[in-house]
Design a binder for this molecule. Sequence first.
Ligand SMILES: Nc1ncnc2c1ncn2[C@@H]1O[C@H](COP(=O)(O)OP(=O)(O)OP(=O)(O)O)[C@@H](O)[C@H]1O
Ligand SMILES: [Mg+2]
Length: 491
Amino acid sequence: IFPPELRFAFLKFFNRIFHLFSSYCYFDITEIDGVNTNELYNAVQLYLSSSVSIAGNRLSLTRAVNSSSITFGLSNNDSIVDTFNNVTVLWEHVVTQRQTQTFAWRPLPEEKRGFTLRIKKKDKTLILTSYLDYIMERANEIRRKNQDRLLYTNSRGGSLDSRGHPWESVPFKHPSTFETLAMDPIKKQQIMDDLKDFAEGQMFYQKTGRAWKRGYLLYGPPGTGKSSMIAAMANHLGYDIYDLELTEVHSNSELRKLLMKTSSKSIIVIEDIDCSINLTNRKKNSSSCSNGTTQRSYYDMETRPGSGSGEESGNGNTITLSGLLNFTDGLWSCCGSERIFVFTTNHIEKLDPALLRSGRMDMHIHMSYCDFPSLKILLKNYLGYEEEDVDDDVLKEMERVVEKAEMTPADVSEALIKNRRDKEKAVRELLEDLKSRGEGIVKDGKLRGHNGNMTELEIVEEEEKRAIDSQNEEEDTDEEEIEVVDNICKD
Ligand SMILES: Nc1ncnc2c1ncn2[C@@H]1O[C@H](COP(=O)(O)OP(=O)(O)OP(=O)(O)O)[C@@H](O)[C@H]1O
Ligand SMILES: [Mg+2]
């Protein structure tokens, strides 16, 4: 009977009167704010999902694309009570039909969803901001726990996606964990403790005035588990991985942009650092050491072959060592927090001493050939064998030959996978393999430990020491720190 205008005005007036006398205030959090997705809506949904699962009668269940678990949610137009700092609030999930759109650049969903938060007026100033911050934090935590890690790559070569992001991501499902990683248990525990101290060390880093980040350099021959270690780290901490392909980065400023677009709680990985950035093509200050390796100076910045003068050219289309160093520990590296940098290399002796100096890569981890403790872990992983399941003599024989054989964990895994249906055969063949390789290497004269010369392992250690020594001559480094690095390497 009433014209719509009048009805609308009446409703508005009624609403105002109602709000005037009401002791509550209301906040609407809609799913889509203009054209952008409202992050707060997703956060509230996740946050409520943790408390709703126990409380609600009627729930909606969802499983997101990247997720490995199911989340509960409030059903349409349902509500739930929550308490925060002894203040009670009410959340309502409001779903209404959207009017049909005639034309839109981006079609909106048919339903209009939102949460309404009801707080007593007197409590509003007390909790609103801290409550919303708390929700965001909790939601991130839940997301990390529920969702599989993401693996980001910059393989697009500098181009941005529709949201201006230089990184592409895929769900990261690498099953490697510290448990499955075959390496010396003491060394493994050291690394796990170090990671734990890092992840829980916010106060420490703040107190000491250090940026909350840590660098690891993994070095060793191919197939010794460097990539597996990175995956284990990510799975252990629940961090995402940014796999930085340096060859796709064209300039230092692009590198900086990539860094700025990484999130906190992430591991930034540069694999095979000696291959992706040419650290050998030095012009200035390069001199040959007595052992034939080349000493390089920190100030000698040329990194790409054919980049001309050896300095970053004016248009900035080269990426230099200084750019890379800035990336890891310059001012820009602190534009987020809780970041781990991991570099891997097969040839630590090829790396620039500037990259190796202590404080830059906090921990140098040598991933070496399979030793006896690692072998036992692999037997357990692949055959389900505990120590007592293997014949004592066989075990002793394995212990005797395993280090001489210089088989990588990848080789051993391969040998075990091949015969995993017949476990005894697998062990037998592995032992034979180890023996023949051990003997073969001794015959080739590669392993000369017995006649007083160096073993392969010692050579690598020696090479690293030399690299650090040579850089010591250039920079006055803190000796105490070097010692720590050396101790870790010696393990
Ligand atoms: N320490 C290890 N523990 C368990 N498995 C291992 C280990 N090392 C290697 N492997 C097995 O070998 C395969 C190759 O290992 P991985 O890719 O981690 O080696 P890598 O050191 O990164 O080699 P590259 O230097 O060639 O990149 C893995 O899929 C894993 O199954
Ligand atoms: Mg690898």
